[in-house]
Ligand binder design. Structure first.
Ligand SMILES: Nc1nc2c(ncn2[C@@H]2O[C@H](COP(=O)(O)OP(=O)(O)OP(=O)(O)O)[C@@H](O)[C@H]2O)c(=O)[nH]1
Length: 201
């Protein structure tokens, strides 16, 4: 598939009172376990970008490449910048560490769409909202990310404006029988508790 998976886990988890969201259990597994398993279905390389490698269990360090931000703490673009620099594939699938339902099937479809339309990124756009943190990018867009960081432009929205993007909407998901729940993320304790209560699996 020529694609690397990137899990961004360098945020401050403020809305979760500092608790690392990647380690939250959903059903039998932690989110990170589900994510690594799902990414390995299509990715030759899986990269975890975090400033807190010590909180992750030892198996994570065996299974994935753990790196830190180079330009630290400026939001998701910091993690993307570091990961794109070490990715050894032409494409990169980026996710946030708080997405339990990320989908390899969706990522593969995004990559195909990106190639078909000869774009630089393929981004889900659902109910009018863009989801760059379940997006597929050409790895050479890393240069643009670095430039943005050096100009102190830290918004992912800014990156999307600079790239030629294929925006993939509900119709695409429906036509290919893909679930849109891949973009769900958990930001707060309340959201997490609601998730567990409804018996999320
Ligand atoms: N590597 C890296 N990842 C980041 C950084 N900032 C945010 N992220 C990740 O990007 C994703 C989206 O981040 P947010 O939800 O905006 O921030 P958060 O830290 O998770 O949560 P809050 O502090 O509650 O806003 C999460 O997976 C974060 O871990 C950063 O500076 N570096």
């Amino acid at each position: 598939m020529e694609i690397a998976g990137v899990i961004l886990a360098g945020g401050q988890n403020r809305r979760m009172h500092g608790q690392m969201k990647a380690l939250l259990p959903i059903g039998e597994e932690m989110i990170i376990e589900r994510q690594v398993r799902e990414m390995k279905r299509i990715c030759q390389q899986v990269i975890l970008v975090t400033q807190q490698p010590e909180v992750f269990p030892a198996w994570v360090k065996r299974e994935v490449q753990v790196i830190g931000d180079e330009i630290a703490g400026c939001g998701p673009l910091s993690g993307m910048d570091a990961a794109f620099a070490v990715a050894a594939t032409p494409y990169v699938w980026v996710v946030a560490c708080d997405m339990p339902y990320l989908s390899a099937v969706v990522a593969a479809a995004l990559k195909q769409e990106l190639e078909r339309l000869r774009k630089e990124a393929a981004i889900p756009r659902l109910q009018g909202k863009d989801h760059p943190l379940h997006g597929v990018y050409r790895v050479d867009t890393g240069e643009r990310i670095r430039e943005l960081l050096l100009r102190k432009q830290y918004r992912v929205k800014e990156l999307l404006q600079q790239l030629s993007c294929a925006y993939v909407e509900e119709r695409f998901f429906a036509e290919q029988d893909l679930s849109t729940r891949c973009v769900i993320n958990i930001n707060t304790r309340e959201e997490y508790e609601a998730f567990v209560k409804q018996g999320a699996s």
